[in-house]
Design a protein around this ligand. Structure first.
Ligand SMILES: [Zn+2]
Length: 563
């Protein structure tokens, strides 16, 4: 999930970063979209040494002079894409100049608008530009050319985080490669030029040295089938294009850099808004407490696995002034985890809350309540299968009830049946942060296992959360998640797409056993997950039965009833 829109660094320009621009030149190859990359020469004490990058570089004093020679765009148009009043044409022109210098391709046309054809004089001007003996405007005037921005689009905006030797504030542009020209490496800067499908450039076997920004940009480009699709998507991105600032963070292995596709990105941005801290963990480590706000402390249980991801998150929630705390999801009954919770407890714990009674969430409740002298709140399971049958709450919370932990700390219960019929999310109202248990997990879809799991109820519960004012999700498994509404809408869309495939399979078969439909409906799922997927398939079929669109026959086969 892209967390960049919540990045507070986006609000301020970086004064210590060099202004830079880069051009993604794309063309349609035999296997689809290809992008031009260059491998930098190996040089001692050069941080760019050997890196595979897109053409680009920093702005030069004369770059703006070529503004009068531009065809097909304007400073106002390009600047608006970045939410600015001016200055972005100069960046685009710098990208064009750097591209000409580095790879010999010039986005230019004649006075008649026809694509420019290279002439002998081009190489002379290329070396003058490389040696800073001329400006792009002088080169174009001498060659009788105009700069052709008719198909150029703004693409993205990246800022090197603080704590990096040289910081760049880089605007990325994308344009189709000029058809009548052939790229030629500049022996000084570029060792090798490569036209590659973006996914191929990412293959580990190639061993390319890729900066986080290059890697992320290649991942984005890999989603596009051809040049037209890439340009259309760039044009459709809403303005202003968000500023993306990676963050220095750490894992148990040492320092790391996180970018928006990293699961930890939104959380790291929240905990290190300026990018100055460098010590935020980009990994969920069992037993290691993480302070998410003055009101929230997370301790992850040592139960990682296929169904639990990095482990179950237990959250202490409270008002530091009132010093009254609740513990949401005590996790499995594991003495190690209880010891970690006792060591991490920020103050007196009065309540132990269970979002639901699956065995990775509630079995630790009794021991935690005894250790802290707390009462247990949670709804009892309505089906026995897969549940913590020993769960014995002091009280069962009802939908809408509030738990007051202090002046500035209110938890509101939201009954969210679906994953489990007794599932309750807790909303920390002051932070618009929802503890989601397993109703929403980070990075994976949750299991809906009938009869306790109910697909129709699950979709209703997701839909109901869209009416809540939310800023963050704190899932039972995973890091904090930003942009909750976008995430909820994506989850609903994902389930409805799956339902459409179930309908398709039923229509095709007329009537079929679960196992006959499974490989077709879950063609995108690894076969080792089929036993779990089979339960979700059943949940979809039960929903279709409730919708009167399918029926289960006496022989166990499901029959399509029509639309
Ligand atoms: Zn669960």
């Amino acid at each position: 999930m892209n967390g960049s829109r919540i990045d507070p660094a986006a609000a301020r320009p970086a004064t210590d970063a060099r202004r830079a621009a880069s051009l993604l030149l794309v063309r349609d190859g035999q296997a689809g979209l290809e992008v031009l990359l260059l491998r930098r020469a190996e040089r001692a004490r050069d941080w760019l040494s050997g890196a595979v990058v897109f053409p680009g570089g920093v702005l030069e004093a004369g770059d703006g002079e070529a503004s009068a020679l531009v065809e097909g765009s304007s400073d106002a148009v390009l600047s608006a894409r970045f939410g600015l009043h001016g200055g972005m044409l100069e960046h685009a022109l710098a990208a064009l100049r750097e591209t000409f210098e580095e790879v010999g391709l010039l986005l230019a046309c004649g006075e008649d608008g026809e694509p420019a054809r290279p002439a002998a004089a081009w190489s002379t001007w290329r070396s003058r530009l490389q040696q800073r003996q001329a400006t792009l405007a002088q080169a174009c005037t001498a060659l009788g050319l105009r700069l052709d921005l008719r198909r150029l689009q703004a693409f993205s905006h990246w800022l090197t985080p603080p704590g990096t030797p040289t910081r760049f504030d880089t605007r990325f542009f994308i344009a189709p490669a000029p058809a009548a020209q052939a790229a030629q490496a500049d022996a000084g800067e570029a060792l090798e030029l490569m036209w590659l499908p973006p996914a191929a450039a990412l293959e580990p076997a190639r061993g390319y040295k890729l900066f986080p920004v290059t890697r992320r940009t290649l991942q984005e480009l890999a989603a596009f089938a051809d040049v037209d699709a890439a340009l259309a998507a760039a044009a459709a991105r809403p303005a202003p294009l968000p500023l993306v600032m990676p963050r220095h963070a750490r894992t148990r292995k040492g320092p790391t850099i996180v970018v928006p596709d990293h699961l930890a990105f939104a959380e790291v941005c929240r905990l290190d808004p300026e990018g100055l801290a460098h010590d935020v963990m980009a990994e969920l480590v069992a037993g290691q407490p993480v302070r998410l706000s003055p009101r929230i402390l997370r301790v992850t249980a040592p139960n990682p696995g296929v169904m639990t991801g990095p482990g179950t998150n237990s959250y202490f929630v409270g008002d530091p002034q009132a010093d009254r705390w609740a513990l949401i999801d005590p996790g499995p009954a594991d003495p190690l985890h209880l010891a970690a919770l006792q060591a991490a407890a920020p103050g007196p714990v009065r309540w132990v809350l269970a979002t639901h009674t699956h065995r990775d969430h509630s079995p630790g409740a009794a021991a935690a309540a005894a250790a802290f002298g707390a009462v247990v709140l949670g709804r009892r399971p309505t089906h026995a299968q897969g549940q913590d049958s020993d769960f014995a709450p002091t009280r069962e919370p009802v939908d809408g009830e509030c738990l007051f932990l202090g002046e500035g700390c209110t938890l509101r219960a939201i009954h969210t049946p679906g994953h489990a019929s007794n599932h309750v999310c807790w909303l920390l109202e002051q932070e618009k942060l929802l503890f989601t248990g397993d109703h929403v997990m980070q990075g994976s879809t949750v299991v809906i296992d009938p009869p306790d799991g109910d697909m129709a109820a699950y979709l209703r519960s997701l839909q109901a959360l869209l009416d809540e004012d939310l800023q963050w999700l704190a899932p039972g498994h995973g890091f904090l998640v930003a942009e909750p509404h976008a995430v909820l809408r994506a989850l609903i869309a994902h389930r409805l797409r799956r339902e459409a495939r179930v309908v398709e399979a039923l229509r095709a078969h007329g009537q079929a056993q679960l196992d006959e439909m499974l490989p077709q409906v879950y063609a995108d799922t690894p076969p080792q997950l089929f036993p779990v997927a089979r339960r979700s398939l059943l949940a979809h079929l039960i929903k279709l039965r409730e919708d009167a669109r399918a029926v289960e026959q006496a022989d166990g086969r499901w029959r399509w009833l029509g639309d």
